[in-house]
Write a protein that binds this ligand. Structure first.
Ligand SMILES: C[S@@+](CC[C@H](N)C(=O)[O-])C[C@H]1O[C@@H](n2cnc3c(N)ncnc32)[C@H](O)[C@@H]1O
Length: 290
């Protein structure tokens, strides 16, 4: 049962629901922008692939390595990892199919992931949207936390951007905040003053643990990041959707930029935080399966 129903001229909504149950209640093509930042796993333990290579003296290994040497691949806990992995994608895929249905003809999806998932997601989204609908992969680079010593420390997230219709999508980077030039001495004072248009690599700090943006929600993303997404890919008055909303960063930015929003989360602490953060701009709705 839905007790507060979305309507094109209705109010912004914070929805307490499993998105798989709620999204089918929304009409086709209702949203110009969908931004989602899903959790990695679905409640099952996240297991890591344990793969190591050993030299195969007899030359019958399943991989050929440097200078033709042959190796066996010892896969350790791979099958357990596979279980968790396929569970994750069977969780995400139907929700991404719904995202495609809910996008307007001029609409855009931003899917926020990390380096472990992004390549699989690219293949999946190419299948759902069509390769010609892939617009960008944005790299969000930050510099925070411990640094691994046994590899390059991973300090970025990946955001895949797909459009519903490559001939019609809305994109206006003139609306986005500009950046300082890396070599300001090489450009004219006028250009220096204006700043440069952002590329697909965005340097931005994480939400400061002591800053006033912090809500206390563990996976909260910075408003500065989401502001670029909303400013470039929607217009004032357009509807924006986040169905893994967490602390409601998408809603907070949408409200500040004059967009309408629906923020969905199934977790009560997320709803409590969103009501505190967005309560003045939104109505609380809930959706229980019939
Ligand atoms: C990584 S967090 C999103 C953080 C958010 N971008 C922010 O800035 O705060 C992912 C969220 O998805 C929610 N979630 C996970 N599965 C869900 C489901 N089936 N339906 C609705 N929300 C779900 C979790 O409760 C969590 O709050």
């Amino acid at each position: 049962m839905t007790d507060t129903v979305w309507a094109p001229d209705g109010s912004n909504l914070v929805v307490h629901a499993d998105n798989a149950e709620y999204l089918p209640t929304l009409p086709d093509g209702a949203f110009t922008l969908i931004y989602v930042d899903p959790p990695f796993n679905t409640g099952r333990p996240q297991l890591r692939q344990e793969t190591r290579m050993v030299a195969n003296a007899g030359g019958s290994g399943d991989r050929v390595g440097f200078k033709g040497r042959s190796y066996d691949t010892i896969k350790g806990a791979l099958h357990r990892y596979d279980d968790a992995f396929s569970d994750y994608w069977s969780f995400l895929e139907p929700r991404l199919v719904e995202a495609w249905r809910l996008l307007a003809d001029d609409g855009t999806l931003y899917l926020h992931l990390d380096y472990r998932e992004v390549h699989y997601a690219k293949v999946m989204l190419d299948a759902i949207f069509g390769r010609e609908c892939f617009l960008n992969e944005i790299i969000w680079a930050y510099d925070y936390g411990a640094r691994a010593r046994n590899r390059w420390p991973t300090k970025h997230d990946n955001i895949l951007v797909y459009v519903k219709n490559p001939a019609k999508y809305h994109f206006d980077n003139a609306e986005v905040d500009r950046e300082p030039y890396m070599a300001p001495g090489l450009v004219t004072p006028a250009k220096r003053e204006l700043g440069k248009l952002p590329t697909d690599v965005w340097w931005h700090t994480i939400v400061s643990p002591t800053g006033k943006e912090k809500t206390g929600y563990p996976t909260q993303k910075p408003e500065g990041l989401v502001r670029r997404v909303v400013a470039a890919s929607s217009r004032p008055g357009d509807w924006c959707l986040d169905f893994f909303a967490g602390s409601g960063t998408l809603g907070a930015v949408a409200a500040k930029l004059g967009r309408k929003f629906v923020c969905v989360d199934q977790n009560q602490p997320a709803i409590d935080i969103m009501l505190k953060r967005l309560g003045a701009h939104a109505t609380l709705a809930s959706h229980q399966p019939n």
